[in-house]
Design a protein around this ligand. Structure first.
Ligand SMILES: Cc1ncc(COP(=O)(O)O)c(C=O)c1O
Ligand SMILES: N[C@@H](Cc1ccc(O)cc1)C(=O)O
Length: 459
């Protein structure tokens, strides 16, 4: 057989490097103990390859860095704000912009404006910060993602889709006026970076228009979602990512955005809206929580870098290499027999900890345990996405999510293919000794978003 001839390559060359620190097994053991077996509590200095998150960990381009030098650090009316406003209108098509320091700043404002106590907020799977802001505003989140999303082995190509039957049930039960809005995330982070199809987005729009319900997008990884639509959905092969991104937004009323992902920056976010009245309220509220409405907690230079990053995020070659690298790692893992969520999603590989460690019960935190073991092997930092992340319901009982995953999140434009090889090989080593691995017990549990700061010890 001839060698394959369709390799992707990074559409950039490297101008500056950051040296990595290698650690010994002894050092890692000590660091992990000190971090209470929580990878969030490790010092970044003790990490070799950092796959904790793709959030704010991107490498900016030389053009973005030069944009940083053009920061207009005025308190009010910075020209970078107007550049960002232009980018949001041009690329996403929303009319009004409220910048925020990151995505959750926008979630806070949107939730406070749109949700009244007792309102229902359907969403295509929860996201930790998004759901918490909805709950703090008095809302009750309901998961309306299709069932396939909860099955790590289902090969359905658009596992992020909204199940409109589930939405209709909520409407029947509570009435459309009780639904604050439908929150649609593209891609769905906790399902494994799974995309939503355009057909589904259109159907959601049609349904909600009939019922008078608003659709708010969590467009944090919209360009990645657009790439999957282009590659997998009939009729989109000849459309550009930019065209698809704009079409997605056109089926919604507004969006929250964490610029730290798609937009290739280290900090930044916004709330974008089409409805003037909601915008007016948000523009007023942002001064309470973030800063004046023309900077929203950001420096002018950060807004400039984000405006440039928004354009870079929809470039075809960028996205091909971005997702290509994620797929490369996933395929390697599969070759080693490591159980991962399929189809492979946009921002990382999600290892199925229930299948990896079937002898560890969910109450002994299999994904938390596995993330700790992965770190011990070679200093690779990953993140738990299972029972610890899911937290507790309003009665104080633990949620028991079907998915118990360890996320190997790939920062954009940061690591090379050789790093991917090392990651897969290290994971394979841990897989070989999986039977000797024991679970953990939680010894400290903070009240909000416990996964960030909880501490554990070995059973
Ligand atoms: C899907 C999704 N929504 C919202 C957020 C919140 O964004 P931020 O981290 O910028 O506050 C994140 C990441 O945190 C995310 O992955
Ligand atoms: N959104 C980022 C940062 C983050 C991580 C975990 C969270 O639950 C919340 C925020 C991510 O998905 O990686």
């Amino acid at each position: 057989m001839l060698p394959k001839r369709d390799s992707w390559a990074e559409p950039y060359k490297i101008k500056m490097v950051e040296l990595l620190k290698m650690t010994t097994a002894e050092q890692r053991k000590k660091a992990l103990q000190e971090a209470g077996f929580n990878t969030f509590l490790l010092k970044s200095e003790d990490v070799y390859i950092d796959l904790l998150t793709d959030s704010g960990t991107n490498a900016m381009s030389d053009i973005q860095w030069s944009g940083m030098m053009l920061g207009d650090e005025a308190y009010a009316g910075s020209k970078n704000y107007y550049h960002l406003e232009d980018a949001v209108k041009d690329v996403y098509g929303y009319k009004y912009l409220v910048p925020t320091h990151q995505g959750r700043g926008a979630e806070n404002i949107l939730s406070q404006i749109m949700i009244k106590a007792g309102d229902i907020v359907p969403g295509n799977m929860y996201f930790t910060t998004t759901r918490l802001h909805q709950e703090l505003a008095g809302g009750v989140f309901h998961d309306v993602i299709i069932d396939e999303a909860h099955d790590s082995e289902s090969d359905f190509p658009f596992k992020g889709n909204v199940d409109l039957n589930k939405v209709e049930k909520l409407v029947q039960e509570y009435g459309a006026e009780k639904i604050a809005y439908i929150c649609v995330a593209v891609t769905v982070n906790l399902a494994g970076g799974q995309p939503v199809s355009m057909e589904n987005l259109k159907a959601v729009r049609k349904y909600t228009e009939e019922k008078g319900i608003k659709v708010m997008l969590d467009m944090t990884r919209i360009a990645e979602n657009a790439y999957f639509i282009q590659q997998k959905e009939e009729g989109f092969r000849l459309k550009t990512i930019a065209e698809i991104v704009k079409e997605i937004c056109s089926y919604t009323d507004g969006a929250t955005f964490s610029g730290k992902k798609d937009a290739l920056v280290n900090i930044g976010g916004f709330l974008a809206l089409n409805d003037y009245d909601i915008f007016e309220e948000a523009r007023n509220m942002v001064v309470v929580y973030e800063g004046l409405h023309t900077y929203g907690g950001l420096a002018g230079r950060d807004m400039e870098a984000m405006s440039i990053g928004i354009y870079e995020s929809v470039q075809e070659e960028h996205m091909k290499a971005r997702i290509g690298q994620v797929f490369y790692l996933g395929d390697k893992m599969r070759e080693f027999g490591v159980p991962i969520v399929t189809p492979i999603g946009g921002h990382g590989i999600f290892v199925d900890a229930k299948q990896f460690l079937p002898h560890v019960s969910q109450d002994d935190f299999p994904a938390q345990t596995l993330a700790a073991e992965i770190y011990l092997d070679a200093g690779i930092r990953t993140m738990e996405r299972g029972i610890v992340s899911a937290g507790r319901n309003s009665k104080g009982e633990n949620y028991h999510p079907k998915l118990e995953l360890v996320r190997f999140t790939i920062p954009r434009r940061v690591y090379t293919q050789a790093h991917m090889d090392v990651i897969a090989e290290s994971t394979a080593r841990v897989y070989e000794r999986r039977n000797q691995i024991k679970g953990l017990k939680m010894i400290y549990e903070p009240k909000y978003l416990r996964f960030f700061q909880a501490r554990f010890e070995k059973h």
